[in-house]
Design a protein around this ligand. Sequence first.
Ligand SMILES: NC(=O)c1ccc[n+]([C@@H]2O[C@H](COP(=O)([O-])OP(=O)(O)OC[C@H]3O[C@@H](n4cnc5c(N)ncnc54)[C@H](OP(=O)(O)O)[C@@H]3O)[C@@H](O)[C@H]2O)c1
Length: 376
Amino acid sequence: MKYRTFGKLGIQGSAFGLGCMRFNGAASGDSVIDEQKAVSLIRRAIDGGVTYLDTAYVYLDKTSEIVLGKALQDGYRDKVTIATKMPMEAVKNRADMEALLAEELKKLQTDHIDFYLMHGINKEKWEYFKSIGAPEFFDEMKQAGKIRYKCFSFHGPYEDFEYIIKDSDWDMVQIQYNFMDVDNQAGTKGLELAGSLGIPVVIMEGLLGGRLANAPDNVQALYDAFPVKRSAVEWAFRWLCNRPEIATVLSGCNEEAQIDDNLRIFDTVEPGIMSPEELKLMEDVRSAYNSRTKIGCTGCRYCMPCPNGVNIPGIFSAWNNHSLYNTDPKEDWNMQNILRNDETAEKCIQCGACEAACPQHLPIIESLQTAWKELT
Ligand SMILES: NC(=O)c1ccc[n+]([C@@H]2O[C@H](COP(=O)([O-])OP(=O)(O)OC[C@H]3O[C@@H](n4cnc5c(N)ncnc54)[C@H](OP(=O)(O)O)[C@@H]3O)[C@@H](O)[C@H]2O)c1
């Protein structure tokens, strides 16, 4: 495992950080989390050298912090730093923030959180956090030793990112970034701005929620034609780790093989590692993906549960799969479940709750109708 310096903080952390948002059941797709499996995956990652673990109050129906707390017993807590988050929706005043932090510490079975983040903010959410005194609360909790670093995770346009990062004394920022998102959200401009301020950057959705792990045929053809052979996952992580501003790349693995593969990859990647030819390859790969992608849904499930029972990420996954990989919708695992459980787009009443929650700001209502027409 390569270790990288966290900008102005000067501390070291593992280049691969484990995201605790994507654990599921014994079989992939089970909605009930398999706790024993998740604990074993977390410990496997730590035994392999991972020192950075990311969770949040809301992940996995509020069970992610509990599972992580269990995994960090038996001496594991002392080997790692924990990042968790405060969601805007759960706090209206100081008493709420105190209660929430106390609950998170209890679930995580620890006396302090290393990286404490205002969760998924844009300018509007940041203004809200300021109006309830969150920045001051975070500073006080730093003084009290309950948190070590004041941070935020971001989903919004670059302008919001620039405003927020310059508006407070942040210790770390977490952004969505991968070779497809260079001009999306904070993007490369945001990454470079954070770097110029000495603020370490933690990356989420480095594989676009897994989509970049499965190369469609037009992308695979480009990888195959390149003289050096690497998997799609390795290309994506290698491209990220080329950037010196990045402290840790998170990935939410759900299988031992994925953990082991990532441990192997992050043993080899360093800033400046990509040659001009390799960078050109990734530009061509980006164009190839763009020519086939229907919608930029990453399956984060922030839009769920839909009040009317529509399986939004499932429908978009089937739609992208159909376009990227020429899959038959009738054979698609998501579509079969959607039809069996009556979670179809026909149930959408256009209430807009999903669009308000979507960190990618996708036009979900309209896209659901188009997707459903094409899929059926
Ligand atoms: N703060 C926020 O607003 C926010 C938002 C999103 C995420 N996050 C955090 O950031 C973390 C990282 O994001 P992410 O989970 O979306 O990361 P990601 O790396 O983009 O996607 C993870 C998925 O990639 C696939 N994968 C990972 N390693 C692989 C390998 N070696 N081979 C093949 N497939 C592999 C798996 O997909 P399959 O399961 O399909 O195999 C896995 O579930 C999350 O877990 C969460 O902790 C935070």
